[in-house]
Design a binder for this molecule. Structure first.
Ligand SMILES: NC(=O)c1ccc[n+]([C@@H]2O[C@H](COP(=O)([O-])OP(=O)(O)OC[C@H]3O[C@@H](n4cnc5c(N)ncnc54)[C@H](O)[C@@H]3O)[C@@H](O)[C@H]2O)c1
Length: 265
């Protein structure tokens, strides 16, 4: 049987654990050579050994890390697939209690880690004639999650970034999609949250279900999609509404009478 990703190089961040590890296994099972990236170097090394791939210890929130990650990927022949997945939460509901360090850390990992990753790896994909970027957002990137408003804002940022990047990257035959999982059974929710979720009766998705959504994004032709992963559903592209666009003709007839006249010409 021909392997779907035979000969391809897949960079996976957060590959030491949870969703990243499950996706790294899935991509490797499809024939890809995986470069496992994680701040947990031991975990990344374990993943690479299991998958016959390579590993790199790096903090994805630092732009300098990405020069080294890109170099490691280039040594393998250049990136075909980037799964930009590493992420953290604050667990902080009260914004007045949020420290600068907590704020910078989550923005750094969840947003900068995706921005820097796309910037560093897309040129390698373009040079190879195309590729696929998948970033891990969350259901919290599509809905408002009051339990962690800053986490919610980072995941909305990922969805906006992916959607806005898609048309330009399509010119280089690079697809770019986000996966938006509901609650997943990984160490990220260990501790009090896990107990609270169990008490509330919330079911958890297996990380392998998210890995299947990643495969769908990587092997498909769709781009600019936010694919939600929820129990009882196949991975499904979320359908966004259409707010009035910036062109005046789009707005005409759809705004309260008199409003257009008040706008500067
Ligand atoms: N678990 C859930 O319920 C859930 C739901 C929706 C989205 N997500 C998202 O899925 C992604 C993966 O989370 P997970 O649930 O597998 O958690 P996890 O904690 O099992 O895995 C996260 C991995 O990211 C690594 N990491 C953290 N900071 C890093 C950094 N600065 N640089 C490099 N690696 C770093 C960790 O060492 C860990 O291996 C995250 O983006 C998370 O926000 C998780």
């Amino acid at each position: 049987m021909t392997e779907l990703l035979g000969g391809k190089v897949a960079v996976v961040t957060g590959a030491a654990s949870g969703i990243g590890l499950a996706a790294a296994r899935r991509l490797a099972s499809l024939g890809a050579t995986v470069l496992a990236v994680d701040i947990d170097g031991d975990g990344a090394e374990r993943a690479a050994k299991e998958l016959g791939g390579r590993w790199h210890r790096a903090d994805v929130s630092h732009s300098e890390s990405w020069e080294r990650i890109a170099f490691a990927a280039a040594e393998l022949g250049g990136t075909d697939v980037a799964f930009l997945n590493a992420g953290v939460t604050t667990g902080q509901q009260d914004i007045t209690a949020l420290s600068d360090d907590e704020y910078r850390r989550i923005m750094g990992v969840n947003v900068d880690g995706v921005v820097f990753g796309v910037r560093a790896l897309v040129p390698q994909m373009a040079a190879k004639g195309g590729g696929a970027v998948v970033a891990t957002s969350s259901l919290a990137g599509l809905i408002a999650f009051p339990g962690d408003p800053i986490y919610t804002s980072t995941k909305h940022a990922v969805v906006g970034l992916i959607r806005a990047l898609a048309p330009r990257l399509a010119e280089q035959h690079v697809t770019v999609n986000a996966v938006c999982p509901s609650l997943v059974d990984t160490p990220l929710i260990d501790g009090e949250i896990r107990d609270e979720l169990a008490r509330a009766g919330f079911p958890l998705i297996a990380p392998e279900a998210v890995a299947r959504a990643v495969e769908q994004c990587v092997t498909g032709v769709e781009t600019g999609q936010a694919v939600f992963v929820q129990l009882g559903w196949p991975p499904t592209a979320y359908r966004f509404g259409h707010p009035p666009g910036p062109r005046i003709e789009e707005a005409q007839g759809k705004v309260p009478p008199g409003w257009l006249a008040e706008q500067p010409s």
